[in-house]
Ligand binder design. Structure first.
Ligand SMILES: NC(=O)c1ccc[n+]([C@@H]2O[C@H](COP(=O)([O-])OP(=O)(O)OC[C@H]3O[C@@H](n4cnc5c(N)ncnc54)[C@H](OP(=O)(O)O)[C@@H]3O)[C@@H](O)[C@H]2O)c1
Length: 265
């Protein structure tokens, strides 16, 4: 029986994926800070930014199972607002959760995968790493870090039989929209623009793909003997990323600005 650890399993994509993989016959361990219950999934309480907690949870799974076949780094958070009004606390936090969290689970899983000579790591990034979204600049930056990290890691660990893939989902309907933290003290000149921009994003997310669709794509990717290094979820986003490669970077960024930055009134 394949053994999978999924972070951020209490809600959204992680919750759906945990149940999905358990139904496919995998032994699934889900990690989140809050209590949660999913049929046939072992729930573990932990914060991905807490090194002690994460190392002990991962070793706990290894002691029981003797292997970890899959690590899915899915836990994540969003913040929104202008760069200027962002608090240092929030910026540190988003990098802690989205990037350092991914690093910590990976760091403690790798020696166990290496000992077994195999394993697969899937890091959930975002299409927002390909197109830096104004007023979600730190979210895009943190996910770009996850993508770059995954690419470097893949080359480091492939000689030991370990595969790495970074998953780039487009908009998916989850509580991520509701859970996104907004700048508490937005500066008045940005206020209307931020409101409009986040309004567009929220609408797109709530009309987005289902968590079941995302789970199916991730499952298919996991099963591939050689996983793709980058896997985009959603055909529309695949086309956008393809076009991005063809167009000048300045033009692409201008289009993103038209869609998400708005002019001052
Ligand atoms: N929804 C989208 O449109 C979309 C698009 C692209 C990428 N993504 C990415 O997909 C992933 C999942 O997002 P989602 O939409 O499913 O969001 P979500 O519904 O808000 O779920 C986020 C999950 O992460 C967990 N989490 C947050 N901080 C954590 C921490 N410090 N330690 C452990 N777990 C933590 C949450 O659990 P607790 O609060 O219980 O800890 C929750 O289970 C994220 O990485 C997100 O950036 C989402």
């Amino acid at each position: 029986m394949k053994v999978a650890i999924i972070t951020g399993a209490s809600q959204g994509i992680g919750c759906e994926l945990s149940g999905f993989l358990a139904n496919k016959g995998m032994k699934v361990y889900g990690i989140a800070r809050s209590d949660f219950s999913i049929s046939n999934v072992v729930s573990l309480k932990g914060d991905v930014t807490n090194e002690e907690e994460i190392s002990s949870l991962i070793n706990h799974v290894y002691e029981i199972e003797g292997k970890i076949d899959y690590l899915i780094n899915n836990a994540g958070m969003g913040i929104s607002g202008s760069v200027e009004a962002s608090s240092t606390f929030d910026v540190r936090r988003i990098f802690e959760v989205n990037f350092i969290g991914t690093f910590l689970t990976t760091k403690y899983t790798l020696p166990l995968m290496r000992a077994n000579g195999c394993g697969k790591i899937l890091n959930v990034g975002s299409v927002a790493s390909e197109f830096s979204i104004p007023f979600q600049t730190f979210y895009s930056s943190s996910k770009a870090a996850v993508k770059t990290f995954s690419e470097g890691l893949a080359n480091e660990v492939s000689p030991y039989g370990i595969g790495v893939s970074v998953i780039l989902p487009g908009d998916i309907k989850t509580n991520f929209t509701k859970n996104r933290r907004k700048n508490e003290n937005e500066i008045d000149v940005y206020e209307k623009r931020v409101e409009k921009s986040i309004g567009v994003m929220e609408k797109d997310e709530q009309n987005g793909m289902s968590t079941l669709y995302a789970s199916k794509v991730i499952y298919k990717t996991m099963l591939r003997k050689k996983m793709p290094l980058v896997k985009v979820i959603g055909n529309k986003y695949k086309v956008m990323i393809f076009l991005k490669r063809l167009l000048p970077v300045k033009l692409v960024n201008k289009i993103v600005g038209i869609l998400y930055a708005f002019k001052k009134e």
